[in-house]
Design a protein around this ligand. Sequence first.
Ligand code: NAD
Ligand code: MLT
Length: 542
Amino acid sequence: MKGDLSGLRGCEMEKIKKVLVSDPLSKKGLEILGRAKNLKYDIKPGLSPEELKNIIGEYDGIIIRSETKLKGDLIEAGKRLKVIGRAGIGLDNVDLPAATKKGIVVMNTPQENAIAAAEHTIAMILSISRKIPQATASMKTGKWEKKKFMGVELYNKTLGLVGLGVIGTIVADRARGLKMKVIGYDPYLSKEVAEKKGVDVVSFEELVSRSDFISVHTPLTDETRNLIDKNAFAKMKHGVIMINCARGGIISEKDLYDAIKGGKVAGAALDVFEKEPAIGNPLLELEEIISTPHLGAATEEAQENVAIAISHQIVDYLTLGEARNAVNMPAVSPDILPFLRPYLRLGEQLGSFLGQISNYAIEEVLIEFHGEVVEYGTKPITISVLKGLLTPFVGETVNFVNAPIMAKERGIRITESTSDEAEDFASLIALTARSKMEQNYIAGTLFGRKELRIVKLNDFFIEAIPEGYILLVNNYDKPGVIGNLGNVLGTRNINIATMQFGRDRMGGNAISLLHLDVPLPPGMVGEILRMPNIISVRLIQL
Ligand code: NAD
Ligand code: MLT
């Protein structure tokens, strides 16, 4: 997943950031950390959970591989932690919900070890089909057992791939080179996309019943845990060979043991296990099992690639605010980002304005996107709106990672709508916040490509820049109100930078938005409120 929300955490980026590397990391990655400006790193592999808990609070970022287990209590202890970087793919050693709730960005390197893992899978298929590990072990005991290690060819055999993502696709490509027939099952991929990968897409039932070799390449999720169980084994061909270089637990270890003992499965090649290290695992006692200790990504190239990628990602996030491969925030392609960035800012400023004028707990927010903006993808803007909306209430703890969760926890319902039409503007973002007692509306647009403007506030058409200190005054449309306001601010030496007005009808209800160079001194809101024809006053800070 690619993502990048540059510049969104600007003011946080100034101080020196500290990164802990808590698992071994290739030298090239450390060099990148060492060269980064305003960033220091410590490398401390092999810490116990207690030792890590004692020091994690000092760090802004942590880089891990698979050894460090970042569970809820450790994440809680990471008081300054802003980012967790996994040099590799699997995030089963990170408590993702806990990190997300705390607003910590979690990123991985989803592509960099894929070739290594795919080649390992092919190596496992070749090794098990010719019983190379068993033959090696036998020769090392001084034996010459030619008859015992009769193998099978791969040519014309059917390889069933469960999961056709990055690694499954590379395995398919390599297996076709070995002249295997490749079939695949992946319910999250359209048939057209899967078939472009050169894989004949079939149902799960068909895959398990047709394949001579079955290799799993899915993540471990609630849905894939024990996906291959005794029911699946029952439908397989006699003598099928199983491969798991993805995650332990996708194939039920107990059912695999029984299927091997019962003769249904001729062999299995396992790189990953339900519990790792897999010391004392009964499967390892079986002659039909070949195994490696989670070596799928253990090539020099892959380890260098993941280290380089995660180090760049961490440096860019902590020093520039650019998030790539973040798994818990929305992805924005780098091509789209320059166009989207002003809308992200507009969404955040409109949300913040709306939050600051709300007098009651907001229960529902309707976010309407009109016109050109719809083309750029609206999900990240929705998150910006929520961040802006919640910041006045919850302060700095809300960010682009946890804003949706925080809104949900506060019982705020979010509804989005999109339309290609924007009437008078190229694009328009309109927010309506509802509570039991009131409803507020704000709409904004971009002038040119970058200039943010509020164009409507409740019933009033205006044209205001959503920035700085804004004095929002609701008054009766009577002569003298603006003059009085100017006077009272002038006597306190408060300069008015710009003014915008709107009214519903002559002599009716009116609003004034005054951009001030400085905030109002204490007590001044009350003073303005006591002036004639003033209905309400609010100082907004954006
Ligand atoms: P990926 O996200 O690119 O692909 C996973 C695919 O699985 C996706 O296409 C998804 O649609 C599919 N999928 C999800 N649920 C499914 C289900 N119920 N049935 C069928 N398909 C399903 O991931 P990837 O990079 O290809 O990695 C695959 C696996 O390999 C992951 O578990 C990863 O952690 C593991 N991995 C292991 C090693 C190793 O050292 N052994 C190295 C790298 C990756
Ligand atoms: C991964 O998740 O990237 C692989 O399983 C390899 C590793 O654990 O580093």
